[in-house]
Design a protein around this ligand. Structure first.
Ligand code: LIP
Length: 287
């Protein structure tokens, strides 16, 4: 009897990585070149959770380009607008990850484009198979496809990414981020108080996608965050895994909204156990 067909039958994952990279570059050009001087801002979940007119325009452009290149695939994004599909593949996009940095002119934000199998609305039931994260300010494009390694491409060339060979948690540089809701931050701050004395230092760059790519590029030894959405991590998580980092969640290797962590392979056992224990100790609302 023939094996049942899957959404990846006949699909070239390297080609999907190229689609992700092309689309991210187009959106990156839009948000840099067409950023108005008087950027219009509204807020979403809280007053401190901004969405700019360029987040929305970037998402509209990505939807249009994916509709042309991959008309049978679904699209789910952070902002308004989505597309349904029939292929079983879903593009999970963040049109600007690190919107607060974008708003303030801090050159550390990204366009994140990933394609996943499964249902990205249900934790543990989806998997990224190709993706790209572009920092349009530095022209750094991080990309990967499942089983194909991870790359950093700049105007100067391309290189394969590798997580660090760190093994000493006390010397580890750890990235993290914080949600927008005050209630979520109470829990995040409590975890941080326990973690900070046990590591070299903490970095809060302001965008999960670039944090995960930083882990892949050896700019961080480890990373963790609570209250992330699929679009914040879908592409960066794949880039990190393909660079040899270990990525996990509160129970096993499945990240959830409760906890996403990643680290250099030599730190995974100790760091994973520590952040799991701390996140289990500091429970509370995640808005
Ligand atoms: C942001 C994340 C960041 C996190 C913020 C926020 P946005 O996404 O990437 O790491 O700490 O709370 O979720 O809103 O800029 O797309």
């Amino acid at each position: 009897m023939a094996a049942p067909s899957t959404p990846l039958d006949g699909v070239d994952l390297a080609e999907l990585e190229e689609v992700a990279a092309r689309v991210a570059r187009a959106a990156g050009r839009l948000i840099v070149d067409e950023r108005p001087d008087d950027l219009r801002v509204t807020s979403k979940s809280t007053d401190t959770d901004p969405v700019t007119e360029m987040d929305q325009r970037s998402q509209e452009l990505i939807l249009r380009l994916l509709g042309e290149e991959r008309p049978d695939d679904a699209v789910m994004g952070e902002e308004e607008g989505s597309a349904s599909g029939t292929s079983g593949l879903t593009w999970v996009i963040d049109p600007i990850d690190g919107t607060v940095n974008y708003l303030y002119g801090i050159p550390s934000y990204a366009v994140s484009v990933a394609v996943v199998t499964g249902d990205p609305t249900r934790a543990g039931s989806w998997e990224s198979v190709a993706g790209a994260v572009l920092n349009p300010e530095t022209a750094e494009l991080f990309s990967a496809h499942r089983g194909g390694g991870a790359r950093l491409t700049t105007p100067r060339g391309s290189r394969t990414l590798h997580a660090t060979d760190a093994t000493d948690l006390g010397m580890a540089l750890v990235g993290t981020g914080f949600g927008y809701a005050a209630s979520t931050r109470v829990r995040q701050a409590a975890l941080l108080v326990d973690l900070l004395p046990r590591v070299r230092d903490i970095r809060r760059h302001g965008g999960a996608a670039l944090d995960l790519c930083g882990l892949a590029a050896g700019r961080l030894d480890a990373y963790y965050e609570t209250a992330l959405n699929p679009w914040d991590r879908a592409a960066g998580e794949l880039v990190a895994r393909e660079a040899g980092a270990v990525v996990g969640g509160p129970v096993d290797d499945v990240p959830t909204r409760d906890l996403v962590w990643g680290s250099a392979p030599g730190l995974a056992e100790e760091f994973g156990a520590l952040v799991r224990a701390l996140s289990a100790r500091h429970v509370g609302p995640l808005d």
